[in-house]
Design a protein around this ligand. Structure first.
Ligand SMILES: [Zn+2]
Length: 454
């Protein structure tokens, strides 16, 4: 399986170069940071462990006087409705916090956080918002009368609690071993391209990489525009052929990588729904049919523009998937025009909600243009949800818990404002051009652990 990573490598490299080529030529913003220095110990002590998260959720439910209803949507290693087991153990619970029911006459927002286990602030920000909603008041009551808001916080609970060297070391990936025979496939079938076979993670130390040794998947590539996709619904040979059909990257005479073959087991296609986590989230999505789906991530550091040295607070995106044809059925998917319009309005509201004088809150960029049908946002946008990607500044491995108060409000404030404007209908008067005019991603500030991919 080690061999796989060599194939994945060039793809990732090519993608991140494409994202950063303009930024790399640009001067760095001042000040550079404030990420922690090499070898400096990171403290995660103010972040919630899984246990602490669960008790926080239960506490919010108790204090909400019926406004919030807490359920377990499933477990990280077992998917209840079709009893799909990925490991021996049951795994960790994925909680569903419901503010409001599934009334089709209401507007509906679904929010997920920590699909990448190391993106801790996303969950902390969601908890802040839940507390605000649970506390109630006139405005909150008016919102919840018209809008139901469901949260799936920390949808990668195993990556979130990952350990390295006896310490808590949150990782991007899930914990799960590729076991083709368990899926009825030939033993030598290649893993999905987003499999992290050696259990490695980027880091500030050890040349920017640690190997914690637990294999797993990038859950945010395991989704599929065909929300009902199951490996077991196809013949073993059909699935094995698809999995063994990976991208082939070659170098031209100038040493530039190019895609010599576009395989079905690649980011151009949907994922294989091999994680219980992605199936659980998708099942909630199918049941709820949200108007708006918001997924919260972390990213690196940018300055806003040539003239404006403010550090970018968040990057946002309303559009992460283009037209898609299912390679198995030939079924075509595309993002509906009105769905995209509302998505732009949602992102525009988020942008406006953080404009506070000349503060760094308002320094917002658009996320780089991508076409990723295997992401939760991409797959759900192709199934009629208006989407917003929020990318918080900094990674847990770089920022630790610095600036956490500010970072949390770059999650809770925009989402609250979106809910408010959905409730009173004023979101439909927002000019989608506000979104179009948000500055493009650029002026990246170098940082060894920064990722170019959400
Ligand atoms: Zn992420």
């Amino acid at each position: 399986m080690k061999k796989l990573l060599r194939y994945v490598g060039p793809t990732t490299l090519a993608m991140s170069l494409a994202f950063t080529s303009t930024a790399m030529a640009n001067p760095q913003s001042k000040p550079n940071g404030p990420w922690v220095e090499d070898e400096q110990n990171l403290s995660f002590s103010s972040f919630m462990t899984n246990e602490e998260l669960y008790s926080a959720l239960e506490k919010i439910e108790r204090s909400s006087h019926g406004k919030m209803e807490l359920e377990i949507a499933g477990y990280s290693n077992v998917f209840e409705p079709d009893n799909y087991w990925t490991e021996e153990e049951k795994g960790d619970p994925i909680y569903l916090a419901k503010f409001g029911d599934n009334d089709p006459d209401k507007k509906k927002i679904l929010i997920t956080t920590q699909i990448h286990g190391n993106e801790l602030v996303s969950t902390e920000g969601a908890i802040d918002l839940m507390q605000k909603l649970a506390a109630g008041g006139k405005e909150v009551d008016e919102i919840l009368e018209k809008v139901s808001i469901w949260f799936l916080p920390r949808i990668n609970p195993e990556g979130a609690m990952n350990q390295y060297d006896g310490e808590w070391y949150p990782a991007r990936y899930t914990h799960q071993t590729w076991a083709p025979e368990a899926l009825g496939l030939p033993a030598e079938t290649l893993a999905p391209w987003y499999y992290n076979s050696d259990g490695s993670e980027r880091a500030q130390n050890n040349d920017g990489r640690v190997v914690y040794g637990v294999p797993g998947y990038d859950e945010n590539r395991d989704y599929n525009p065909n929300l009902d996709f199951r490996v077991s619904d196809y013949s073993a040979s059909e699935i094995a052929d698809a999995l063994n059909d990976q991208d082939v990257w070659k170098q031209d005479e100038n040493g530039n990588w190019y895609e010599a073959h576009n395989g079905k087991n690649s980011s151009d296609y949907g994922g294989f729904y091999v994680t219980a986590e992605s199936r659980i989230v998708t099942e909630v999505f199918k049941q709820f049919e949200p108007d708006v789906y918001i997924d919260v991530h972390h990213r690196g550091f940018n300055k806003l523009s040539e003239e404006d040295n403010r550090q970018v607070s968040i990057q946002v995106a309303a559009d992460v998937a283009g037209d898609y044809t299912d390679p198995f059925s030939g079924k075509k998917y595309s993002v509906d025009k009105d769905v995209l319009k509302l998505g732009k309005q949602v992102n525009a509201v988020a942008h406006e909600s953080l404009q506070r004088g000349f503060s760094s809150f308002g320094a917002i960029q658009k996320y780089p243009k991508v076409d990723l049908p295997g992401t939760a946002l991409g797959a759900f946008a192709l199934n009629d949800a208006s989407i917003m990607l929020i990318e918080i500044k900094g990674q847990s491995q770089t920022l630790g818990q610095k600036q956490i108060g500010m970072l949390k409000s770059t999650v809770s404030v925009p989402i609250y404002e979106v809910a408010k404007k959905l409730a009173d209908g004023s979101i439909h008067n927002v000019d989608p051009a506000i979104y179009d005019n948000i500055p493009e991603a650029a002026f990246r500030i170098s940082d060894p652990t920064t990722r170019g991919d959400f």
